[in-house]
Write a new protein. Structure first.
Length: 154
């Protein structure tokens, strides 16, 4: 089987800052034709989007896909809920996890895998303010160490 080309469309950087990602999953997205064309142009925003499980289906909410310019009457509502395509056992696993306190399902990125639009979602636990500060301090310390090592190598 040949390797499929993966092209990153959008990444939710805020999710990595606000949440600790415990596990990630790949899901397909049920889209209309004009939405796919719009995504291929890169007009997608994942900021403030989240996923919910309803009646055995997983939906992504607050994901904005700008209307396709040449789509006229075929364009859909940019903020509509979109169904994610996953195996039932994965959906049940996620549903059981979010029933626990503090877990959420957050979209991490959207990408093209071959000709298909895929979404990476993460099972996440919210970070407290002190956790965010610790992560930023560790990142700054690593950056300083890398700079010092680079200077020593010269």
């Amino acid at each position: 089987m040949s390797e499929q080309a993966i092209k990153q469309i959008a990444k939710n950087r805020k999710a990595w800052h606000d949440y600790t990602i415990e596990e990630s999953f790949e899901a397909g997205i049920a889209l209309s034709g004009t939405e796919v064309k719009s995504i291929r142009l890169g007009t997608l925003n994942l900021k403030d989007s989240y996923c919910v499980v309803k009646r055995g289906e997983i939906l992504v909410k607050q994901m904005h896909i700008s209307p396709y310019e040449k789509g006229n009457i075929f364009n859909r509502d940019p903020m509509r809920d979109r169904k994610l395509l996953m195996h039932k056992r994965e959906i049940r696993k996620l549903d059981a996890a979010i029933a626990q306190q503090g877990y959420a399902i957050i979209p991490l990125s959207v990408y093209l895998k071959g000709s298909l639009v895929k979404m990476q979602i993460g099972l996440a636990r919210g970070k407290k303010l002190h956790d965010k500060r610790d992560a930023m301090a560790a990142r700054d310390a690593k950056r300083e160490m890398d700079r010092a090592m680079k200077e020593r190598m010269k």
